[in-house]
Structures are given as C-alpha cells and as structure tokens.
Write a protein that binds this ligand. Structure first.
Ligand code: 5GP
Ligand code: ZN
Length: 113
C-alpha cells in the first residue's frame, strides 16, 4: 500500500468510485473520464506500480485480471468485443502509477483509444 497512491485510496474506499466488481485480489470500477461507452479499470488491491515492476509473484494475479476482463466487459454491456489497454511508465502514457487494466467497449467511435 502506498499512502499517496490514488488507486490505493480507491481500493481502501477513502475515495469514492463506481465499483462494479471486487474480490480478495482485484477491484474494478468505472473510469471517471470514460473514453468509450464501457470504460472500466481493473486494479489489483496490492500496490504494484506497473508491469515494469511486476515480478513472477504476480503471475497468477495478472492471469486473473486478464481472464476477468471478458466477464466484466460483457456484464457492463459489451456485445461484440472489447479492448484491453495497460499503460506502463511515463513513456507508455501511464498517469496513475498503480497497475491497472483499461477495459473499453461499446459502439464506436471512442475518444482517444
Ligand atoms: P493511465 O493513463 O494511468 O493508464 O490511466 C489512468 C486512468 O485513471 C485515466 O483513464 C483516468 O481517467 C482515470 N482516473 C484518474 N483519476 C480517477 C479517479 O479519481 N476515479 C476514477 N474512477 N478514475 C480515475
Ligand atoms: Zn497504489
């Protein structure tokens, strides 16, 4: 846990979010600036900065997040597919340095993705 991390605060409920899923390892909530009709963020409860700092100990967590994506996309309204985006590091366009998976779906066009 990182005291100053926005997503750690969301995980702990200190900052409100529109949560659509949670389990022991992962939470998912709606992106506050949705760039598609469905725009979810899947976030591990553990503070991992990005795939750059993730390690072998995160292998099953990463698999779990990927396999959760189609279920949540479908539950939130995707009918014909979805996109997964993971930004890593400043050069990868990451703005919140707590690993997260964007799940985007819905009728196009989408803004910025
Ligand atoms: P990144 O650019 O780091 O991959 O994505 C960060 C995402 O977090 C952005 O899409 C941004 O809209 C979203 N975001 C930033 N602050 C908040 C917040 O307080 N609540 C929610 N739900 N999403 C946020
Ligand atoms: Zn964090």
């Amino acid at each position: 846990m990182d005291e100053n991390c926005l997503f750690c605060k969301i995980v702990r409920g200190q900052i409100p979010s529109s949560r659509v899923y949670e389990d022991a390892d992962i939470i998912a909530f709606k992106d506050i600036h949705a760039k598609a009709p469905v725009h979810l963020l899947l976030v591990p409860r553990e503070h991992v900065e990005s795939l750059i700092t993730a390690g072998p100990q995160h292998e099953s967590l990463m698999g779990k997040m990927l396999l959760l994506a189609p279920r949540l996309a479908r539950e939130q309204g995707s009918v014909d597919g979805f996109r997964v985006v993971v930004n890593n590091g400043p050069g990868g366009g990451q703005e919140v340095f707590h690993l997260h998976m964007h799940v985007l779906a819905g009728p196009r066009p989408w803004k910025g993705f």
